[in-house]
Design a protein. Structure first.
Length: 79
């Protein structure tokens, strides 16, 4: 299989993995203990969960979209 036929190059795959890791970090920042019927946990409304984590996820998704849309640079092939 010729490398020229591939849609992505190495940089595209690296950017995709980095974006996916950023999204996973955002979801980890969103996680935590919730409230129950008998106990109220005010931490569910913390700035980390409702402001920082969604922005981190958004940044990760945007970087993944960039990685998919990025056009690999063609190298000159000598004959």
């Amino acid at each position: 299989m010729d490398k020229r036929n591939l849609a992505f190059d190495r940089v595209n795959y690296i950017l995709l993995v980095v974006g996916m890791v950023i999204v996973v970090i955002g979801f980890i920042l969103m996680s935590g203990a919730g409230s129950t019927e008998s106990a109220y946990n005010p931490d569910i409304f913390s700035a980390r969960r409702i402001k920082v984590a969604p922005l981190v996820c958004l940044f990760g998704f945007v970087s993944m979209i960039y990685a998919v849309m990025r056009k690999p640079k063609d190298k000159e092939v000598e004959k």
